[in-house]
Design a protein around this ligand. Structure first.
Ligand code: AMP
Length: 114
């Protein structure tokens, strides 16, 4: 989508600090980190969010998880623990309408997250 922030990052039109990449997904540091490790993993293809992935495309979640786990290893939090977050819709706190999962770690996470 031409006016989507994360599509522009995927296209290299807006700079981001890329951490890892696969054929289908891109991982880059969040611009406003909430933890010492805060990386966003996004599909290269545009989906508005979790609710917008058709059954036929569910593999996109596998791809995101695989890259998120790679990020956790690269960032050194795989064994200490980390949190994966999908914010979904307005009340879920989603602010960017391009499917993404947050990889958060490097400190003790609190629950419930608020
Ligand atoms: P969400 O609130 O779940 O939609 O997450 C969107 C995330 O995108 C927020 O944590 C923002 O800090 C992050 N963000 C917004 N703009 C950028 C950007 N240009 N580069 C990296 N992260 C961004």
């Amino acid at each position: 989508m031409s006016d989507c922030l994360f599509c522009k990052i995927v296209a290299g039109e807006i700079p981001a600090k890329v951490v890892a990449e696969s054929d289908t997904s891109l991982a880059f540091y969040d611009i406003a980190p909430e933890a010492p490790v805060h990386v966003l993993v996004v599909p290269k293809r545009h989906f508005d969010g979790v609710n917008d992935v058709a059954d036929a495309d569910r593999g996109v979640f596998d791809d995101l998880m695989a890259l998120a786990r790679e990020v956790a290893t690269a960032e050194g939090v795989r064994d200490t623990g980390y949190r994966l977050v999908f914010n979904v819709g307005e009340q879920g706190g989603q602010t960017v309408s391009h499917l993404h999962v947050h990889v958060l770690g490097g400190r003790q996470m609190r629950w419930p997250s608020g």
